[in-house]
Write a protein that binds this ligand. Structure first.
Ligand code: DGL
Length: 266
């Protein structure tokens, strides 16, 4: 039997597209409904109760769209609200923290791992906890980079301003000590070329690829695979004007997305 229901993917804005891209590579035939909460981005400097409330509202919206599994393509929500969502809703809900931490533990050679993320993600210690759950001898160095999300949402992905801001935050991390840096926010891979310029030979990790493999496995194990051999359909919903989202998404994905609709989620 084929399960043609869509996979729900959500983020505060554009960042989750980095996850959608990886999903498309691994399971291109699955239908996807994407939500970017562009009216309320950024989440990373908001309180936990508010983040839980936003995440629950979006999850309900995705369930109304008949989602069979939900990917929380946002580190902030994964760090602060995933257990609330998993308790309150009766479908598989997958976050991005564990896949990123797993990749870092596999790749670090000196057990010193850097993490950059939003203020909320970094203050939650979610990565440190997850890294130490897998390997207690991992030493974590963290840095919040609150201006990165607004840069990406504005479509400022390179140039002198971006470079100065990246340098400003990274100077607080002892880059000579770590060999691996987790991009602990799904927006950050869009800034990867500039981050790379300032981090020499560090291994940069984002959760997208390992998360996509995990999702494939969960679908298989739960007999929820879509057996259709055609390319899946993608529907995009944002909570503010679709134009900016569609323009920046096109630059990132390399193709135009025409079906971006405004949804009222509250
Ligand atoms: N992409 C979200 C994350 O991974 C960004 C959070 C925000 O809106 O500040 O944390």
């Amino acid at each position: 039997m084929s399960d043609t229901r869509p996979i729900g993917v959500f983020d505060s804005g554009l960042g989750g597209l980095t996850v959608l891209n990886a999903i498309k590579k691994i399971i291109p035939n699955e239908n996807i409904v994407y939500v970017g909460d562009t009216a309320r981005v950024p989440y990373g400097n908001k309180s936990t109760p508010l983040i839980v409330q936003y995440a629950s509202q979006i999850t309900k919206f995705l369930l109304e769209k008949d989602a069979k599994l939900i990917i929380v393509a946002c580190n902030t929500v994964s760090a602060l609200a995933i257990s609330n969502l998993q308790n309150d809703f009766d479908i598989p809900i997958i976050g991005v923290i564990a896949p990123g931490a797993n990749s870092a533990v596999k790749l670090t050679k000196n057990n010193n791992v850097g993490v950059i993320g939003t203020i909320a993600t970094i203050s939650s210690n979610a990565y440190q906890d997850e890294l130490n759950k897998i390997n207690p001898s991992i030493n974590t160095l963290s840095q919040a980079c609150p201006l990165f999300v607004p840069l990406v949402e504005e479509g400022l992905l390179e140039g002198p301003i971006v470079s100065a801001i990246v340098k400003h935050y990274l100077k607080n991390l002892d880059l000579s000590m770590i060999d691996t840096l987790i991009l602990g926010c799904t927006h950050y891979p869009l800034l990867k070329p500039v981050i790379k310029e300032h981090t020499n030979n560090l291994i940069l990790i984002d959760s997208a690829d390992s998360l996509a493999k995990e999702v494939h496995l969960i679908l298989k194990n739960n007999h929820m695979i879509n057996n259709n051999t055609n390319k899946g359909k993608q529907d995009f919903f944002v909570t503010d004007s679709p134009i900016t989202f569609a323009n920046i998404a096109k630059r990132f994905l390399g193709y135009s997305i025409i079906n971006v609709k405004t949804a009222s989620i509250s």
